[in-house]
Write a protein that binds this ligand. Sequence first.
Ligand SMILES: [Zn+2]
Length: 464
Amino acid sequence: MVTQAPPITSSTTPPTDWDFDTSWFPSDIGEWEPSVELGTYLTEFDPSELESGDRVRLLQARARLASHVTASLLRDIAGVVDAYAVECRLEPTDEIVLDDAASELRAALHLTRRAADGWIHLALRLRNEFPDLLALLNSGDLDLPRVRAIDYAIFGLPDEYARNVVDAIIDDAPHLTTGQLGARIRKLIIDLEPEAAQDQYEAAVEHRSVVVYPGEANTAGVNARNLPPDRVAAISRRIDKIAKSLRTGGETRTMDQLRADVFMDLLAGTSHTTVGRGVVDIRVDLETLTGLAQRSGDLGGYGPVVADIARQTVEQNPDAEFRFMVTDRKTRQLVSHGTTRRRPTAEQRRLVEMFHLRCVFPGCRMPATQCDLDHRIEWLGNGPTTVDNLLPLCRHDHVIRHDAGWKHFIDDVGDYVWVSPLGVAYRQPPDDDQFPNAAAIDAVAPDVPAVDNGSDPMGTRAPP
Ligand SMILES: [Zn+2]
């Protein structure tokens, strides 16, 4: 059974003559270059009279338009800074100019001082240093939250270094969520400049702190910041394990409530029975593990970590079970796999978790270890329970795939394509960061025992 995806066009030029027929709805309108004319044109349509798929396309067109207007707003903000520079006969980057412009913005747009400073910072940075990001906002290919996510992730980097990171991310950015952008950029920084990343990391950990703050409805919160991620992952695992062990027959608390109660118990000194350390989930290539390279690792449930943390995590967990797989980065074929201990019953799950780091729904970052395994071809439709027929989906996305009727398949170029119940197709390129470094292949291959892979368990990229 082959599922056909609707055609996906990459870019489209809207009509130049805007005085045209509005009795039909263009199927590619969600990709049109936004403009004032497009905004006027969109008001011609009554959403309640559109077919359901066209309502999504209208939404996409309007979202692009909102980004387009936001780009103009940022230029206007930079314009106010320029006006003050002229007024004060100073450079636009002068502190006095920036402060005066921020005061103007606070009064004009009812902003807090912090918000006004933030807008001005972004407006000037995009105009002066990253006009390519501003252009993507202007064309609607990026929205404000994602531009802010990029700006946040590169904050504090030396200029040239920040430029390299943006250059490396910019082509993929339109297809990534804020969470994916943050993780991708953290990994890039580690991989491009490992020593600088290590320095940055150590300097940040120096500023670790615990902050207590008032929460909603007279509650309170506690936030520990700038901690080593391996320690945080271990803490989180321990809280999870204790919380799960408390979930017995009569327990009425939810997992969220149990986790919060265990958190308070542990800090208040109430003891819980030791429940072990749990499975360590770290991905790191062999050269980095042995200290020959400084590439990033990936700590399950957290994301990219600097090489040193990846090595420490492995060293500090000598009793943990470690899984390995060797893939060819170019062909994405599995060369070999195995574990440091054998538990064959969980073998397929391990392989799927290692091949797909996260839930494969568009934009979802739930670690595969916390996901259900979904049959690409339904089990009831004679789909086999084999590794190439299984994909990780978080519980939420697993439920909507079956109950709401989302369909997914892998197309001939290896991208995942999801088709919504309204008939709209979303293309999701596989995340290259998911694949271990090719250099590890040569280092590992000679010592790896032969494994019966069956018929190409990972290589199948054709639609089911
Ligand atoms: Zn998901």
